[in-house]
Ligand binder design. Sequence first.
Ligand code: GLY
Length: 356
Amino acid sequence: MASIPLRLRDHSYDVLIGPGVRTSLAEVVGRLGARRAVVVSARPREWVPDTGVETLLLPARDGERDKTLTTVEALCGEFVRFGLTRSDLVVSCGGGTTTDVVGLAAALYHRGVTVVHLPTTLLAQVDASVGGKTAVNLPAGKNLVGAYWQPGAVLCDTDYLSTLPRREMLNGYGEIARAHFIGAPDLRSLPLADQIAASVRLKARIVEVDERDSGLRHILNYGHTLGHALERATGFALRHGEAVAIGTVFAGRLAGALGRIDRARVAEHQDVVRSYGLPAALPAETESATLIRLMRHDKKAIGGLAFVLDGPNGAELVDDVPHETVEHVLDGMPRMPLGELVDEAVPAATTDTARP
Ligand code: GLY
């Protein structure tokens, strides 16, 4: 088991990673001093560990459709009926959409009650549940309402991953692949639990420096500018991790075109992404002009086109990348029909599309 501390000025916690770590929940709840708990779980009852205290178990559904203010309101209503106090605790058990919505309910209930996350997807374990971003969607877009609310602990039980479909694993591998280019060592030959631990360790160090995403934390969005555009352009037929993988290959090519990295480093982007079985080509159906239009609306772009790019000083946010260069690099990317990029259909309810 790995235990990774995340130390912030006024709030520190540990992320535990390994098989069976969910059974530490009762000990964690005891240490946090709660007398009652509400567990909100998208997993069957048999996967939910004992809290050691009086508990209300509420069912949840992973997926974007329940990541709403209505769900937050319904959860808070259940907390009231159960008599949850500010010194009690909420537990989320599910993918990143569940940890996001439960995290936001915990942030708002009584102006903040402790939350412990039990992420059950690879994406949620390596990214969404760590670092304190919580959010829900509005009809106008994803993650438009949220709060920073750091958990009291995160238990990444790798046993949960044994039941995931392949594409759900790819969803998480996309984030692990991008970690290679923002400061993680080469993780490819490591056991999965060690890859998760290394990704979490990297994220913890970044969040410790920039909790509120005002500078360094931007680098976690490596590959995401094109990734987000691809998700939207394909109507989310590409999963987040798959889109980030393609965005990572593109980010390498763009950094190469701008003279920031050499050819070997550009090629390394494709090698790393392909080694995880992730797609490295653009969907043939998607036009460069559409992607550029969508990328101009990226949250990190202040006016022009902005990307996190590798370079002599490592990854950093680069503003105002010339339109022509972006277009030229997009046009030079390999293309493949969408159906060949995504070879296996996954029911929406089982997918984890959280991207805090
Ligand atoms: N997923 C990016 C972040 O937590 O900042």
